[in-house]
Design a protein around this ligand. Structure first.
Ligand SMILES: Nc1ncnc2c1ncn2[C@@H]1O[C@H](COP(=O)(O)OP(=O)(O)OP(=O)(O)O)[C@@H](O)[C@H]1O
Length: 199
């Protein structure tokens, strides 16, 4: 369970989040809409610990593992996709080759490809970004604009993946400007004026 209470964050003297609260249960798929600059990435960065909030708390179960796709994922540009994903997973001692191969194949990426990720298209990089957020069996998954650059078939694969994660009792929060048609959210929220409200 993820429980966010009264988060506030300002950059210099400009408030971005003023009072954000959210409770997310296992198996819940949550959507956060919000205009450019409304603070979606800032909220995700606070949940992952990349940024510190000025006020408020983020609590989750001690055995939760957080996975995140935030903005443009960084990779070892001159290494192939499998080397990249192995490197990231081994940082946490959670490398599962079979799971990664299955996810790559599901997204029509070749696990045996020798092509460096520097040669990948925007959509291919985005798929690798989604995979790194879930490949370690993470239990709380934050996806910022996950369908950006994905073709219709890949969006279909993404929707299937969200359904699977829900069945696996993962907590998934998707932030995007628009709803992805076909995704059935348990909570639809909007981030506006520094606060989360029902959409
Ligand atoms: N490190 C930072 N220093 C100063 N200002 C920042 C910083 N990070 C974000 N901001 C500002 O905070 C506001 C919210 O940015 P954020 O990236 O969280 O919005 P967003 O909702 O994710 O936007 P988008 O939909 O465009 O990705 C913006 O005005 C941005 O300029």
């Amino acid at each position: 369970m993820l429980k966010i209470n009264h988060l506030a964050k300002a950059f210099k003297h400009t408030p971005v989040l003023t009072d954000v609260s959210l409770q997310a249960e296992p198996g819940e798929l949550i959507h956060i809409a919000g205009e450019n600059g409304s603070g979606k990435s800032t909220l995700f960065k606070i949940i992952t610990g990349l940024l510190t909030a000025d006020h408020g708390t983020v609590k989750h179960d001690p055995d939760d593992v957080i996975g995140a796709l935030i903005e443009n994922p960084g990779f070892l540009e001159f290494e192939n996709v499998m080397t990249n994903l192995r490197f990231l997973a081994e940082l946490n001692h959670r490398f599962d080759a079979d799971r990664i191969k299955a996810l790559l194949t599901q997204f029509h990426l070749d696990p045996a490809s020798r092509q460096p990720v520097s040669k990948y298209s925007v959509g291919m990089r985005q798929k690798v970004g989604i995979i790194q957020a879930i490949m370690e069996n993470q239990t709380v998954i934050l996806l910022d604009e996950p369908t950006r650059g994905l073709d219709p078939d890949s969006i279909h694969q993404f929707i299937n993946l969200m359904t699977t994660l829900k069945h696996e009792q993962k907590t998934v929060i998707v932030a995007s400007h628009d709803h992805v048609a076909g995704l059935d959210y348990d909570q639809s929220l909007v981030l506006k004026d520094g606060q989360l409200a029902n959409a």
